[in-house]
Design a protein around this ligand. Sequence first.
Ligand code: PLP
Ligand code: COI
Length: 339
Amino acid sequence: MNTIDWKNLPFGYFKTDYNVRCYYKDGKWGNIEVTDSEMITMHMAATCLHYGQEAFEGMKAFTGIDGKIRIFRMVENAKRMQNSSKGIMMAEVPVPLFEEMVVKAVKLNLKYVPPYGEGASLYIRPLLIGTGGEVGVKPGKEYLFMVFVGPVGPYFKEGFNPVKMQIVRDFDRAAPLGTGYVKVGGNYAASLRAGERAHKEGFAASIFLDACEKKYIDEAGPANFFGIKGNTYITPDSKSILPSITNMSLCKIAEEIGLKVERRHVPVEELSEFDETGACGTAAVISPICQIHDRDTGKVYNYCKDGKAGPVSTKLYLKLKGIQEGTEPDTHGWVTIIK
Ligand code: PLP
Ligand code: COI
């Protein structure tokens, strides 16, 4: 293996040595299999290919200051994948099976876990797909659950430096009673046109509004949105956003450092009242937002006037990172240390 330039890793696919798989057939999960193949063979009529029976997760493992490897909030990801299964009628992966396969995938690829202090982490991608052949529109009977991993750098090239985002109204990512609340591929397909246009127009991501009234902030590209107003952390309450585990953790940390937390509708006009705004998620961690352009009205909202993340976002970021890297106590049992 060539040496890895940990500091300059993009957020992208990175080939590692092994991935871990388990097949669901005849109503039950089989044995865990380990492979070095990057390929999957499946039926050409597989329900994942035709009817979108696909869900994935995104989580990270970190090398701590003590050299130990920590996986962040694995059980929450397992539970969310079960919700995704319910949402699009796939077989559910039992939480212990999910945990065993994630830990196995990390352990088999230990040399790819970035060292402490390099600004990188091991991204873990659990994937569940319907593999059984069907032509009628119905849930499949066979599934493959697999976990692959790879070292990554920051999702937005800016890292913890502020990014610009764009509000769009001519695309919706998810409908109020659709699948926005689960982590299924269709939501990402629906976000691609807005996202690619935002990139072309110089923005890191598009901010989607509620699909019904286009009044409230919904999702910030592949991340949840939050705003800081004085001593309050405010984040959208919406049926069409993914319940972010990072956001859930930040709400807890925010309370612990004495902030008030509000989960409620966030009207677009309120953007002018925030002191700080940001996007949060596993890949994005916290990405402070320095500027939000409203593509339709031309209005521009500015934050981070000195070009840096605001003090509250910085404090939240450092606490979260500290728990993930073992420099802050893990008082809620959020991390799993790999033995
Ligand atoms: N929203 C969307 C659409 C996402 O893809 C993600 C990433 O997983 C998030 C929010 C953040 O969720 P989490 O913090 O659990 O990674
Ligand atoms: C994550 O934050 O893990 C994501 O899934 C975002 C994106 C890579 C889809």
